[in-house]
Design a binder for this molecule. Structure first.
Ligand code: G3P
Ligand code: CA
Length: 228
């Protein structure tokens, strides 16, 4: 199973920071997951819509200026731009970029070619996901070769059709609702199945037994040890 360090090694370092990502890579992770929001014309890596309570900022992230975001930190770690974080990660991992905030598809589409040409990522190393499947349609229409993945919370009736319609690479399912039937349905449509968020040992082993292709975990080192 592929192990994605969820928001980096976020069980040990402030989530979605350069420190959390580099720690995950130092632990041997080959895949990381992160969330992005748009501030002015720049994509930033941060999970919540609200800066508080996870950082020392207050209010909606999208209400801020870039200059204001530069002054905000999570336990002393700055909120990186997507570009800064992607440039910092060595060696280059597989990166699942989740379009979390509003209006993030268009700027990511604009940035995507530079992630390849200037930072040396390959198309296979950039997996773009979102709960907003229309954002993924936008991405796929603009960048037909990009890997996209619908995030699913709960059990929609046509969950795997999301993959068919989008030409998705994978479908990302919530551990709280997953069943063997969902996994085999997705696999029969050629979709990889990645499951979030899987931290407990019994759940990691359950996912392995279920035959899923990957998990998102806040403790990538522990998951590696359990699966060895
Ligand atoms: O991408 C998997 C997972 O990160 C989705 O949920 O809330 O942790 O972004 P969330
Ligand atoms: Ca996420």
């Amino acid at each position: 199973m592929l192990i994605f360090a969820h928001r980096g090694a976020s069980g040990y370092a402030p989530e979605n920071t350069v420190k959390a990502m580099q720690l995950a890579l130092d632990m041997g992770a080959s895949a990381v997951e992160l969330d992005i929001h748009l501030v002015e014309d720049e994509l930033y890596v941060f999970h919540d819509r609200w800066l508080d309570p996870k950082s020392n900022g207050r209010g909606l992230i999208s209400d801020h200026s870039k200059a204001a975001i530069a002054k905000v930190s999570l336990v002393g770690e700055p909120i990186p731009t997507l570009w800064q974080l992607m440039a910092a990660m060595q060696p280059r991992p597989l990166v699942n970029i989740e379009l979390k905030g509003a209006n993030t598809a268009e700027p990511l589409i604009a940035l995507y070619p530079r992630l390849l040409s200037e930072l040396g990522y390959t198309r296979q190393q950039l997996l773009i996901s979102s709960f907003n499947h229309r954002y993924l349609l936008e991405v796929k229409q603009a960048l037909p070769e990009a890997l996209v993945a619908p995030l699913v919370e709960g059990v929609p009736l046509d969950f795997a059709a999301c993959g068919d319609k989008l030409g998705a690479f994978s479908i990302h399912l919530d551990i709280n609702f997953i069943t063997e039937e969902m996994v085999s349905d997705a696999h029969s449509r050629g979709l990889k199945v990645y499951v979030y968020t899987v931290d407990r040992e019994q759940d990691i082993l359950w996912m392995q037994q279920m035959g899923v292709d990957g998990i998102f975990t806040n403790f990538p080192d522990r998951a590696q040890q359990i699966l060895q």
